[in-house]
Design a protein around this ligand. Structure first.
Ligand SMILES: Cc1ncc(COP(=O)(O)O)c(C=O)c1O
Length: 362
């Protein structure tokens, strides 16, 4: 018998694959339920803009052709939207692929990456799959990122620091002044990756928008995605903005047709529909306010969020998570944050359904 674990090597054999939020279909099969709401993967509950749907439908006949390898139209649209040169962009099949491209391009055996913990587990999964590692640095009592501890963990072998801002799963953020002071102290050969997957939802006045920071700080890059506020999670498209020389190396490593044609077309329509985006953001803010009020009425402690999800302390996270599943509500539970569940902010109807299920299970 072939020992594939041995062939893969110990890093891959010991790798724990990413655990996505439970799909609706799976819960239907397991529990025989018909009415299910999924508030587990920080997706956009309002769906994509109608203009996106029109653009995708109008392009369906073209799927026999390869997509534009350089993502020409969405590249031009993003460049214009943020006023950055077109060669300062890298596109990926979701920002997940950007994370992979970054590590494949820049992290070598014996080097490592650093991230606050908890944060987006994919940083560690990809690092380990590349036979390197992620040094997870604990956050504080209210999940605040400890920048001094992060700095202390950085050494000559630290090739990348990941900072999800706002962070997932906590919804916390690093204020602009703290980040400015931090980045100046990071060595030039450590790449600072700002993961701004949820930035569109943020309303704190002191949360930094780092789109242009790479100009003064060339070891800094910024990732964004169309999966969240733009509602295109199923199509897979995200991008990075950074120094042109940094992007050029990554574009050498990138698969030639890594973002699919429908994703490119949809993203162009989405970025132009600013009115729809504003409605999504407003819907998220009112859902957040409603959930805060409900948690307060139930005397539940929660972590104030700059994102489209909230960590709420329910005492026994695993039990509440499982009881909610039985009632057709899919939340998220992380064993390391045992007292909490994370709930994605849904439509008002979904939020109300979640709250009545929560009241029933508590
Ligand atoms: C912090 C963070 N970064 C990146 C991603 C990846 O998103 P995508 O690959 O869909 O762009 C996610 C997805 O949940 C996330 O939470």
């Amino acid at each position: 018998m072939i020992d594939y674990a041995k062939l893969a090597g110990k890093d891959i054999a010991s790798l724990v694959a990413y655990q996505p939020g439970k799909p609706i279909d799976e819960l239907k099969r397991e529990y025989g339920l018909t009415d299910i709401i999924k508030l587990a993967s920080n997706e956009n509950p309002f769906g994509p803009s109608p203009k996106v749907l029109e653009a995708v439908k109008a392009s369906l006949d073209e799927i026999c052709r390869y997509p534009l390898g350089d993502a020409f139209h969405i590249r031009a649209a993003v460049a214009k939207n943020y006023d950055v040169p077109t060669d300062c962009l890298v596109f990926g099949s979701g920002s997940n692929e950007i994370i992979e491209l970054l590590l494949r391009t820049y992290v070598k055996a014996g080097e490592h990456v650093v991230s606050p913990s908890p944060s987006f587990s994919v940083y560690g999964i990809i690092a380990q799959a590349m036979q390197t590692s992620c040094n997870w640095i604990p956050t504080g009592a209210r999940f605040e990122v400890d920048l001094e501890r992060l700095l202390a963990a950085i050494n000559a072998k630290t090739r990348v620091v990941f900072l999800a801002n706002p962070n997932n799963p906590t919804g916390t953020y690093i204020p602009e002044n703290d980040l400015r002071a931090f980045v100046k102290r990071v060595p030039e050969e450590t790449i600072i990756v700002m993961d701004e997957a949820y930035i569109e939802f943020a309303d704190a006045t002191d949360i930094p928008n780092t789109v242009h920071w790479y100009k003064e700080q060339p070891n800094m890059v910024m990732m964004r995605t169309f999966s969240k506020a733009y509602g295109l999670a199923g199509l897979r498209i995200g991008y990075m903005i950074g120094d042109a020389a940094c992007c050029a190396m990554m574009n050498r490593v990138r698969q030639p047709f890594n973002t699919n044609m429908l994703a490119q077309v949809a993203a162009v329509a989405a970025i132009h529909d600013t009115e729809y985006l504003q409605n999504v953001i407003a819907g998220n803010l009112s859902g957040k306010k409603y959930l805060y009020e409900q948690f307060e009425a139930l005397d539940l402690d929660y972590i104030p969020s700059q994102s489209n999800f909230i960590m709420v302390n329910v005492g026994n996270g695993k039990k509440v998570f499982e009881s909610l599943l039985a009632k057709g509500v899919i939340a998220r539970f992380y064993p390391a944050q045992g007292e909490y569940i994370r709930i994605t902010i849904g439509t008002q109807k979904e939020n109300e359904t979640f709250i009545s299920a929560l009241k029933a299970v508590l």
